[in-house]
Design a protein around this ligand. Structure first.
Ligand SMILES: [Zn+2]
Length: 160
């Protein structure tokens, strides 16, 4: 068991945070963006970037080659749908995707919109962590959070 501190300051003890999140054991600020029998999409508001989505499997596994055929098909379909919604509803031109298999949480894809302000951290993969940290440390204010929640609501509306 590991103790994890959530965005709202609460701590939970879980075996796997992704299992806790996708299983509904943890209440998410802003709620669930999308959910079906295979996948669960939400925003991690600890990183308050409007339109950021984390797409996690419901099943507990870690690697891309462990996806079943049904999950594979749904996965691509969903990534496309989320991307389309980000573009049409939120005007997001570019997105960075990040996924690693040596994670303590199970299979999940970070879908991170690319904004102008992120250019100060460079481009491509090296800019990702500094941009996320900047959002977490400098953008955690009421006005931005309102924007983040609105974005979640817009995405949920078109995805469900
Ligand atoms: Zn898990």
């Amino acid at each position: 068991m590991r103790e994890i501190t959530l965005a709202n300051g609460m701590t939970v003890e879980v075996e796997c945070l992704s299992c806790a999140l996708t299983g509904g054991l943890v209440e998410l600020t802003g709620g669930v963006v999308y959910e079906d029998e295979f996948f669960h999409a939400h925003q991690d508001v600890a990183y308050p970037i409007p339109g950021l989505v984390i797409l996690a499997s419901k099943r507990h596994f870690y690697c891309m080659d462990e996806l079943t055929d049904d999950e594979s098909f749904r996965y691509i379909e969903l990534v496309k749908k989320i991307r389309d919604a980000q573009r049409k509803e939120l005007g997001i031109d570019y997105v960075y995707y990040f996924y690693n298999e040596d994670t303590t949480h199970h299979f999940h894809l970070w879908i991170v919109p690319r904004f102008e302000w992120m250019k100060q951290f460079g481009k491509s993969v090296e800019s990702l962590r500094p941009a996320l940290l900047y959002a977490r440390n400098e953008m955690n204010n009421e006005e931005n959070m309102k924007n983040v929640i609105e974005s979640i609501n817009k995405l949920r509306k078109v995805l469900t």
